[in-house]
Design a protein around this ligand. Structure first.
Ligand code: NAD
Ligand code: TYD
Length: 339
């Protein structure tokens, strides 16, 4: 099979390309990525020369270029990871989120209609459900929880989901959607919380913790997300949404403390800063559906995953040092300089 993976030079898409090229040597992974600030060819270096991997530096909003790839490569499956993904950037400048996350999804769906595919899979997020109260640990997001977004990022992702559902119903397209909780693991861009803690702590820099540090996220090791998507594209039912996550809730203060302890660094590095506007309080996934229908459950507990992640960042310091010494310096100053 020919499988298009968009956003494959990013964090989760990159891990997915590694996973799929090794697991399915007879399938071809066609990676499409614009290489924005978040895309990094070094992430793909270990698989770039594999015979079942091809890379296209292309913007998913570029209709002509996308149609050309579909015409020439005849994909069987399309998995859309490509997106602008950082909530803080979406608060600073929403426009590119609307273009890539909404228009880009529309272009891919149109290409699928035009050329025909067996499955289109949209990689979405639990953030489309908004947030849950901190004092209701009995509440979880299910696939029928209403969409109720908070940030320009989550609103753009929710819009894309609605477009996928409209194409499924109106044009009978074979689509699935997955909504996953926060991922962590190798190759995550250092602006996101866990790699930011690691890279700052390694340089003995303060770690900005928003508000009181009591916001809760449901952390999932990235390989478990890759396994879930692979199951959905093969065995998931057309037209369905699958939540992915697994009762790994931690508040942000607990996460910082765990990572600092893992690195042997002092908790004095923690710096409480002003909160993110509209900051979602708690995310928590109910994975009953994907467990019941596809047999998926997370394999890596947080304690093990965080150790592996810390080790990966220590062993691959060149990967993130190259990032933080470049344009990232200006971003960091803009976001945290006066906070
Ligand atoms: P990322 O920011 O690390 O990577 C995004 C990739 O998309 C980059 O390689 C970037 O170059 C590429 N890209 C951006 N705009 C593009 C465009 N116009 N055309 C082609 N490529 C473009 O993101 P990630 O954390 O790997 O997230 C991947 C997907 O998973 C996203 O759709 C995101 O919404 C979703 N998701 C992420 C998480 C998480 O915790 N990171 C959780 C749930 C869902
Ligand atoms: P993030 O990795 O940006 O993911 P998301 O906002 O999509 O869940 O942030 C995870 C949590 O960490 C979130 O509650 C915000 C918080 N956070 C901080 O406290 N400080 C930071 O510098 C960052 C980037 C995030």
């Amino acid at each position: 099979m020919n499988i298009i993976v968009t956003g494959g030079a990013g964090f989760i898409g990159g891990n997915f390309c590694h996973y799929m090229t090794k697991k399915y040597p007879d399938d071809t992974i066609l990676c499409i990525d614009k290489l924005t600030y978040a895309g990094n060819l070094e992430t793909l270096e270990p698989i770039m020369d594999m015979p079942n991997f091809k890379f296209f530096k292309t913007d998913i909003t570029d209709r002509e270029a996308i149609y050309k790839i579909f015409k020439e490569e005849k994909p069987d499956i399309v998995i859309n990871f490509a997106a602008e993904t950082h909530v803080d950037r979406s608060i600073d400048d929403p426009e590119v989120f609307l273009n890539t996350n909404i228009i880009g999804t529309g272009v891919l769906l149109d290409a699928c209609r035009e050329f025909g595919i067996k499955r289109y899979h949209q990689v979405s997020t639990d953030e489309v459900y908004g947030d849950l109260p901190l004092d209701r640990p009995d509440m979880f997001f299910t696939e029928t929880t209403p969409i109720h977004t908070s940030s320009p990022y989550s609103a753009a992702k929710a819009s894309a989901d609605l477009i996928v559902q409209a194409y499924t119903r109106t044009f009978g397209m074979p689509c699935t959607i997955s909504r996953c909780s926060n991922n962590y693991g190798p190759y995550q861009f250092p602006e996101k919380f866990i790699p930011l803690i690691i890279s700052n702590a390694m340089n003995d820099k303060k770690i900005p913790l928003y508000g009181k540090g009591d916001n809760v996220r449901d952390w999932l090791y990235v390989k478990d997300h890759c396994i879930a998507i692979d199951l959905i594209i093969r065995n998931g039912k057309e037209g369905e949404i699958y939540n992915i996550g697994g009762h790994n809730e931690k508040n942000n203060l607990e996460v910082v403390k765990t990572v600092l302890a893992g690195l042997g660094k002092s908790e004095e590095l923690i710096n409480f800063v002003s909160d993110r506007p509209g900051h979602d309080r708690r995310y928590a996934i109910d994975p009953t559906k994907i467990h019941g229908e596809l047999g998926w459950l997370p394999e890596t507990p947080f304690e093990e995953g965080i150790k592996k992640t810390i080790k990966w960042y220590l062993d691959n310091a060149k990967w993130w040092e190259n990032i933080i010494k470049g344009e990232y310096k200006n971003y960091y100053e803009k976001m945290y300089g006066n906070r």
